[in-house]
Design a protein around this ligand. Structure first.
Ligand SMILES: Cc1ncc(COP(=O)(O)O)c(C=O)c1O
Length: 428
């Protein structure tokens, strides 16, 4: 259910109560939260890391770090095995048909740039790219540059007053020569969820490949690539309780029939060239490998690989139903608490969303965040790397509260108390 800005939430019996033992056992996994008094409410930016991830990385380093696919000795062989294990695990985690459809990158940002780079040689003035007004800059700037470089047209699917995608003219943009439709799964500002299965289906009716930015979805819901049926799905390890520096680019089977109207996308162009990606090199030329490794030049980020395996194991060990239930309960509590504060305007949101933005009517978001930071409350203020989206909703900045599986009622209570203090300070 979509909730409006001046929502008066009515949860029967007042604010819901959370199962305490569940809450504590989830939070216990995160040493940083024990070791600090911080109420961490910025998980959409990056997640705190559970012990299982910290221990996996430390054990790996303590038992022999190696360069994957480089040596024949045990440390290197072990690294190669972990590298492949991670590819298999990621494929299984998102229900991708083949582990060879998984490319490791540095981040969501790098994954998107890789695809934009790949298209550079193939796009002409006759082509267009479709993005939406809801995108994080990571899923906008690479397409802007690609269009500037090639003369292709950048079309933008607008959002309506309630921050949702306005798909009424979608098919006009998907007309001939649209080379790609890039769309976010979940907004990092409002938490609104797009019906990406339907968007992919519509794109494919017009033979347009669809790239889905899954950065805000991957740590909060089960992503099923086979059901979504997108052509590319991108995400970062650090948004799902893993370390920074490891990202994923899922490409629908590189062996599949290419989509018109572009020339075949296979072979995609690697973004980086260097060691580990070639069959043969002479002084004036090179012959790339034909498999997924050709996109992963240079030494693999083994700490990222090991951490990502452990992050998936962490999520699997708790299970999506518990993770979702917990987030929904804390999210409901947050919305309930914020709805009773008069001095703020809540941006469009969705019930149960782990991301919620609002503006204070009298105080600039940065000032609110600075005051909250003095009280060990970590929230995000600013444009959230989504300036066009905020502008389309009539805002220049906002405060964003975002939850993880460790977020608690106490975090929300501290935050609301801090917010009330801000209001009192500025109104007297
Ligand atoms: C929706 C969305 N896309 C892309 C990104 C970029 O992710 P990264 O910085 O890990 O590349 C973010 C980061 O917040 C995001 O929220």
């Amino acid at each position: 259910m979509l909730l409006s800005c001046d929502l008066k939430l009515s949860i029967s019996g007042g604010c819901a109560t959370l199962n305490n033992s569940l809450k504590h056992s989830l939070r216990e996994n995160f040493p940083a939260l024990h070791n600090s008094a911080t109420a961490y409410l910025d998980s959409a930016s990056t997640c705190q890391v559970p012990s299982i991830v910290i221990n996996a990385i430390s054990t790996y380093l303590a038992t022999g770090h190696g360069n994957a696919q480089r040596g024949m000795y045990q440390f290197s062989e072990n690294a190669s095995n972990l590298h492949q294990q991670c590819r298999n695990k990621v494929a299984e985690f998102i229900n991708a048909p083949l582990s060879s459809d998984i490319i490791f990158t540095k981040s969501t940002t790098e994954s998107i740039n890789l695809i934009a780079h790949s298209l550079r040689q193939r796009l002409t003035q006759a082509h267009s790219i479709l993005v939406t007004a809801m995108e994080h800059h990571a899923n906008l700037l690479p397409w802007q540059r690609l269009c500037q470089q090639t003369g292709a047209r950048l079309n933008v699917l607008p959002v309506d007053d309630s921050g949702e995608l306005d798909t009424s003219n979608l098919t006009t943009y998907l007309n001939d020569n649209c080379a790609l439709f890039a769309v976010t799964h979940i907004s990092n500002v409002t938490g609104l969820v797009n019906d990406i299965h339907q968007l992919c289906k519509t794109g494919h009716q017009y033979n347009v490949p669809v790239l889905v930015d899954g950065a805000q979805a991957i740590g909060h819901r089960q992503v099923d690539i086979s059901q979504i049926d997108c052509d590319y799905y991108v995400f970062s390890g650090h948004k799902m309780y893993g370390p920074t520096g490891i990202g994923v680019l899922y490409c629908k089977s590189l062996e599949n029939e290419p989509l018109e109207p572009l020339e075949p996308l296979e072979p995609l162009e690697p973004l980086l060239l260097g060691g580990g990606i070639v069959n043969k090199v002479t002084l004036d030329n090179y012959q790339l490998k034909t498999d997924v490794e050709k996109f992963e030049a240079g030494s693999a980020n083994m700490l990222g690989i090991v951490g990502l395996i452990a992050a998936i194991e962490f999520i699997d060990s708790i299970g999506w139903p518990v993770l979702k239930q917990h987030e929904q309960e804390v999210s409901g509590y947050l919305l309930c608490a914020l709805s009773s504060i008069d001095d703020i305007t809540i941006l469009p949101t969705e019930e149960g969303s782990p991301v919620l933005s609002f503006v204070h009517k009298q105080v600039h978001s940065h000032d609110v965040a600075s005051i909250l930071a003095l009280k060990n409350i970590a929230v995000r203020a600013g444009h959230h790397c989504a300036q066009p989206y905020l502008k389309a909703m009539g805002f220049k900045h906002s405060l964003r509260v975002s939850l993880g599986c460790y977020s608690s009622f106490e975090d929300i209570d501290s935050f609301v108390a801090g917010l009330n203090k801000v209001s009192r300070t500025f109104t007297y």
